[in-house]
Design a protein around this ligand. Structure first.
Ligand code: NCD
Length: 306
């Protein structure tokens, strides 16, 4: 990955994925043992977040600092010269003069690719509108593999906004490299786009689409919940209608396997009731922490010969 951009999860083959897993595990051990490392001493990461973020930005910034690097950052178009009309391309050509790597989140699908083609330094996509979120998929993979060990044979339900949820898009593509089975649970209006089903078919992955979570919850090993993506709706009445389509609470959880894991990229709105948080199957705050180790691994692998 040395010197490379990370725009889509398609760039990560199984061999690279195994390597990222190993380096992330190394980062977890070392950071826990020593507190911080100096692998990226003298390097600067710019984080450009033109859409809201809590976990992705903070975990990238924490990761960079934990492994010895420094950060510069801007949040929101209003706080950069893009508010004065500067193009994304010029913004990137400017910022790359100050740093060694750029992390970008932007509301437009395809924007990270445009940023990467304007830059001569590595660019990492931290979410391009309803497009992809490859680093989230990598930390989700890390969380699943750490708890379940084998990915082949897992039954995985993805629930909620499969149309606009970029974490789903990247994770589904990544997991379809394995012999897992997918239960795609969404209201009819928020079904997974055809391009992702085409990938599943090409890879001969087994999947079913349904709008009924109760029919599948007792079968699955991984339950990946997502929120309905309000910011992608033109019509807010439509959002209101769909926002509470699925709610996981203690009662519904009674039907699930004892060793099923519950995941969510967060933020949650109402789709997981807080009374589920203390259940030992709930892994969503572990995912948050894993984000630091996986992003530390990605930064180190991109900027250093690790
Ligand atoms: C997700 C995102 O931004 O796509 N959040 C995250 O990065 N952890 C999920 C979401 O916003 O629903």
């Amino acid at each position: 990955m040395l010197g490379k951009d990370l725009i889509s999860i398609d760039q990560i083959n199984k061999k690279t994925l195994e390597k990222i897993f190993e380096v992330s595990f190394f980062m977890e051990k070392k950071i826990q043992e020593k507190g911080s490392l100096d692998i990226l001493k003298g390097k600067i990461m710019a984080s450009l977040f033109f859409e809201p973020s809590t976990r992705t930005r903070f975990s990238f910034e924490t990761a960079m600092q934990k492994i010895g690097g420094n950060i510069i950052s801007t949040t929101g178009v209003n706080f950069s010269s893009m508010a004065k009309g500067e193009s994304l391309e010029d913004t990137i050509k400017t910022i790359e003069r100050y740093c060694d790597i750029i992390i970008i989140r932007h509301p437009d699908k395809g924007s990270a690719k445009i940023a990467a083609s304007s830059a001569s330094i590595p660019v990492i996509n931290a979410g391009d509108g309803p497009g992809e979120h490859p680093t989230q998929a990598l930390l989700d993979f890390y969380t699943i593999k750490k708890t379940k060990r084998e990915i082949d044979g897992l039954k995985i339900a993805m629930v909620g906004d499969l149309k606009y949820g970029r974490t789903i898009h990247s994770l589904l593509k990544l997991l379809s490299n394995y012999k897992s089975e997918f239960y795609l649970v969404s209201p009819g209006e928020l079904k997974i786009p055809k391009e992702y089903l085409d990938i599943l078919r090409r890879r001969k992955s087994n999947y079913i689409e349904t709008d009924n979570i109760e029919k599948v919850i007792d079968k699955v090993d991984v339950l990946y919940m997502t929120r309905v993506q309000r910011e992608r709706f033109d019509n807010q009445t439509e959002y209101e209608k769909l926002k509470s389509s699925f709610i996981l609470d203690r009662n519904l959880l009674k039907q699930a396997k004892k060793d099923m894991i519950i995941m969510h990229p967060l933020p949650r709105v109402s789709e997981i009731s807080t009374d589920v948080d203390n259940d030992k199957r709930a892994k969503y705050f572990e995912q948050v922490e894993n984000g630091v180790y996986v992003r530390a691994a990605l930064l180190a692998m991109t900027l250093n010969k690790i």
